[in-house]
Design a protein around this ligand. Structure first.
Ligand code: HEC
Length: 198
């Protein structure tokens, strides 16, 4: 007891590889930060924008006071834990947002976790006043995403062989009759189809 066993050569190699990975990660991170700070343009272009009318501006204050940011992110503020609402205004209309905030369980394409009747954690949202809910919806409508950003309903305008291939390979055949392709100009699909979470 007490005497340490020397490392076996396999262990040395394993720890060595592990050590190299850590060093590479640290060096890579430092290099990235140096490059990023030296640039005058942001490294990753922001594809989300916001435009608010007066009601939307009131809504942004309501959004903060009503603790929405404890679960959501908007205008790159808030928590990373929950749903990012940047770009939501390009996916849902004002009326859809009002309907969701008032009656989330009826107006969400999947079972809700936090919005809905008590004891769900965001049950208080549906009980807010009509004025507050409409201002929130106006604020959320102003959170836009450029076409092609991951938050946008539609992919980029130009033809994408990549997207076509992915759809062809991965989308089950039955989806063709169940969902409309949002890229189809005749599509009237109000929201992007939500695939049920496993
Ligand atoms: C306790 C956490 C929590 C709080 C607080 C919360 N939300 Fe949510 N929100 C969620 C979750 C989770 C979802 C996804 C639906 C669900 O499971 O309830 C969601 C969904 C949404 C959606 C629908 C997004 C979509 O894709 O259609 C909107 C809009 C929304 N929240 C707005 C708000 C607003 C406005 C507030 C503040 C008044 C708020 N939320 C407070 C957790 C929360």
């Amino acid at each position: 007891m007490g005497s340490k066993q020397p490392l076996k050569s396999g262990e040395k190699i394993l720890f060595g590889i592990f050590g190299v990975f850590i060093i590479l990660a640290v060096v890579g991170y430092i290099a990235l930060e140096i490059v990023r700070q030296g640039r005058d343009k942001p490294m990753f272009e922001s594809k989300t924008t916001y435009v608010f009318d007066e009601l939307g501006q009131q809504g942004s204050a309501v959004f903060r006071h009503a603790q929405c940011t404890s679960c959501h992110r908007a205008m790159r503020n808030g928590t990373n834990m929950g749903l990012d609402l940047d770009g939501i205004g390009s996916q849902r209309t004002f009326d859809e947002l009002v309907a969701f905030l008032k009656e989330p369980e009826k107006n969400y394409p999947a079972a809700t976790i936090d919005h809905g009747a008590a004891p769900k954690e965001a049950a208080y949202v549906a009980k807010m006043t009509d004025v507050e809910i409409r201002s929130l919806a106006a604020f959320l409508s102003g959170l836009r995403a450029e076409t092609g950003s991951s938050a946008a309903r539609k992919p980029p305008e130009e033809e994408s062989g990549f997207i076509d291939n992915m759809v062809r390979i991965w989308a089950p055949k039955s989806w063709a009759s169940r969902f409309q392709d949002v890229r189809d100009p005749e599509s009237t699909a109000p929201v992007a189809p939500v695939t049920p979470k496993p």
